[in-house]
Design a protein around this ligand. Structure first.
Ligand code: NAP
Length: 254
């Protein structure tokens, strides 16, 4: 199949965790997945995590290309999307998944903590939507799915920056849904609860136990739990859904 006949999917932060599971849930013979990552810790530039995602996508019958792109940088995001459009001529699906935390109580949180999280989690999604939407508007088709969080709706002590960024993602989703609806583009958010990834791995056991106690389904979530919902929202069957926030939290938010 030639690249222009393939469904072109862009996933931010596809190297690990939920982003990797989303890449796998969307991959298949008819799909070309572009994903990015931004780990200064990737040892010696070996791209260990990104390469693993690429291999898994290919094992699932899909095609993948990964790039080191900081979503907080407008210039890098612009170049990333322009290259994709130059290679394929289109962008069908954008998943804004890249995210970070810098948790502290408000009284201890400084401006750097605030700016870093807002730049990746919220401004990053803004950049990606703007550059992906250029292709989607021309095609008069597109699916945008933003990964929010349950805490963007209910708040969480120690995460003022993160919570504000995720509440912002929800507002951005609803506005983009209204602006792009006439162009055949749907925009939705998925709000995960407590999902087992590197992001939550370092939480103290006591905090984990108190979280699980708040989950009616009695367990933490897996990245695949989120990825299945994203895959549905990206599908043809979800054509009449836009501007929504779908919680995937085992009932933690009802
Ligand atoms: P994760 O395992 O820490 O993975 C984060 C991903 O984002 C990695 O691929 C990382 O790339 C990428 N990334 C970080 N900063 C970036 C930047 N500046 N530019 C581009 N990519 C960047 O996190 P996760 O748990 O899978 O979280 C994925 C999303 O789900 C996030 O938006 C998070 O807020 C949201 N979420 C997670 C949970 C949860 O319980 N885990 C709950 C609610 C919402 P590298 O590999 O290069 O670092």
């Amino acid at each position: 199949m030639t690249p222009e006949k393939k469904r072109v999917v862009v996933v931010t932060g596809g190297s690990r965790g939920i982003g990797r599971a989303i890449c796998l849930a969307l991959s298949g013979p008819g799909t070309l997945i572009y994903f990015n990552y931004f780990s200064p810790n990737d040892p010696g530039g070996k791209r260990v995590h990104a390469k693993k995602t690429e291999t898994l996508i290919e094992e699932a019958g899909g095609s993948a290309k990964s790039s080191r792109v900081n979503v907080a940088s407008e210039a890098e995001v612009k170049a990333f999307f322009e290259n994709i459009v130059a290679e394929t001529g289109r962008i069908d699906v954008l998943i804004n998944n890249a995210g970070i935390t810098k948790d502290k109580l408000l009284m201890r949180m400084n401006e750097l903590d605030w700016d870093a999280v807002m730049a990746v989690n919220l401004k990053g999604a803004f950049h990606c939507i703007r550059f992906a939407a250029r292709a989607m508007v021309n095609q008069r088709f597109g699916r945008i799915i933003n990964i929010a969080s349950i805490v963007g709706v209910i708040g969480n002590a120690g995460q003022a920056n993160y919570v504000a960024s995720k509440a912002g993602i929800i507002g951005l989703t609803k506005t983009a849904a209204r602006e792009f609806a006439q162009r055949g583009i749907t925009v939705n958010a998925v709000a995960p609860g407590f999902i087992e990834t590197d992001m939550t791995a370092s939480l103290p056991q006591k905090v984990r136990e108190s979280m699980v106690a708040q989950i009616p389904l009695g367990r933490t979530g897996k990245p695949e739990d989120v990825a299945h919902m994203v895959a549905f929202l990206a599908s043809d069957e979800a054509a009449y859904i836009t501007g929504q926030v779908i919680h995937v939290s085992g009932g933690m938010y009802i």
